[in-house]
Design a protein. Structure first.
Length: 223
């Protein structure tokens, strides 16, 4: 009888996660519907504290009115807010999108910039949002860490998990650079489908049970 594999090191656990997720999710479609770098950027801004499904229901009407930075720049903030209201946090997001469009038109010729510094300088765009755009719009290796990835990385003991910045740095050390863009999506897919905040406490889903068959206590994840 073959003994069950042991995963005593972070690297061993990361290698198993990488292999298993590639089997489960050979294709990695971007969950946010978009048609270019600009619409992806706007969709990611809207996705803060909002589901991708809801964003995808809201954006078609927004694209019809303002599918280009120049068009979004001409919309009053109140109108942007009306269009994006179902996404939540509409006052802040509308103001950010108006400022983002203004900056794209006046400083970047209506194009989404392709550098980290310029992206992160845009209104409403933090490191995680910039990482998604760099990875998915421009193909630059990046490892955006959202709450799904942060939580699962802690459950799988791939990071000390003190903050998302530490989690991102730890994951980048464990996984090959050329796999980052697909892998961050695979972890999100798995987290949503199998290792949810309520559906798994570190002892329930397949990967948690495989990595830690003797785990008896729920994992208390840290934000």
């Amino acid at each position: 009888m073959t003994a069950a594999p042991t995963f005593r090191t972070r690297q061993a656990r990361a290698d198993h996660v990488d292999r298993r997720l590639a089997e489960l999710y050979p294709e990695t479609p971007i969950p946010l519907e978009h048609r270019d770098a600009f619409t992806l950027l706007v969709a990611v801004v809207l996705s803060a504290q909002c589901t991708d499904e809801r964003v995808n229901r809201v954006t078609p009407a927004l694209w019809r009115r303002a599918g280009k930075p120049e068009q979004l720049r001409r919309l009053p903030v109140a109108e942007i807010r009306r269009l994006i209201r179902p996404c939540g946090l509409s006052p802040q997001k509308a103001k950010a999108l108006a400022g983002l469009a203004e900056r794209l038109v006046t400083q970047h010729g209506g194009q989404v910039p392709r550098t980290w510094a310029e992206l992160e300088a845009l209104p409403g765009v933090g490191h995680k949002t910039a990482s998604v755009v760099m990875a998915q719009a421009f193909g630059v290796p990046a490892f955006p860490v959202d709450t799904h990835i942060h939580r699962l990385a802690q459950r799988w003991r791939l990071t000390g998990g003190r903050h998302v910045g530490q989690t991102e740095a730890d994951l980048k050390k464990l996984f090959p650079r050329e796999r980052w863009n697909a892998l961050h999506l695979r972890i999100i897919f798995y987290g949503r489908g199998h290792c949810t905040a309520r559906g798994c406490d570190g002892r329930t889903c397949e990967i948690c049970r495989t990595l830690f068959p003797r785990r008896r206590r729920a994992v208390q994840t840290r934000k």
